[in-house]
Design a protein around this ligand. Structure first.
Ligand SMILES: *[C@@H]1O[C@H](CO)[C@@H](O)[C@H](O)[C@H]1NC(C)=O
Length: 175
């Protein structure tokens, strides 16, 4: 009985101590706009991980035939990442999944969220973190702030189907 209680207490404590990572933007209610400057944000303060590869996938293989490493290496301490117009030039679809994965093993997914990419020129939800970043897809002040942000992380496209190891070998990724 006492043993059980101790076990339960240990389980409780370790569950509480276990740091959590979740993606705060985008989300099922906070979309990205195709070709615009979009915001990726996560709970950096409670994350046990130091860096991520941002992986995009879609349940519709006509949109994306496999996992796409959108951003190779984003440090956790950045807390958010400004996805530039080029990185955001995605096909419009409501069935995207965005994941934060182990930079050495893309199938080791730490956190993921469903989200939608709306047509270029769409407005953001008013409560979205991305609404303050830019209202439209035009390259204005928002993109100049994004370029300083992207400098901190290595933003590279890795061809669909290429393994992280292969990408590393080819020098596409700065690990
Ligand atoms: C990559 O991660 C997956 C899921 O965590 C795991 O099953 C697999 O063994 C890992 N692969 C390597 C090479 O570490």
């Amino acid at each position: 009985m006492l043993g059980r209680r101790i076990l339960a207490a240990v389980a409780f404590v370790s569950a509480c101590a276990q740091a959590q990572l979740s993606i705060t933007n985008p989300s099922p209610s906070s979309w990205w706009v195709s070709g615009a400057v979009n915001t990726l944000a996560w709970t950096c303060g409670t994350s046990p991980y130091s860096a991520y590869t941002v992986v995009l996938s879609n349940s519709d293989s006509a949109i994306l035939s496999g996992a796409l490493a959108l951003i190779a290496n984003v440090p956790n301490f950045d807390c958010s990442f400004t996805v530039n117009e080029q990185q955001s030039s995605l096909q419009v679809s409501s069935t995207y999944t965005l994941s934060l994965a182990n930079i050495q093993n893309l199938t080791d997914v730490y956190a993921s969220t469903q989200f939608e990419v709306k047509a270029a020129g769409s407005v953001y939800p008013t409560s979205s973190a991305s609404s303050s970043a830019t209202g439209t897809s035009t390259a204005g002040s928002a993109s100049s702030t994004s370029s300083s942000k992207t400098g901190a992380a290595t933003a590279n496209y890795i061809p669909v189907g290429m393994s992280m190891a292969a990408a590393l070998v080819l020098g596409l990724v700065v690990a």
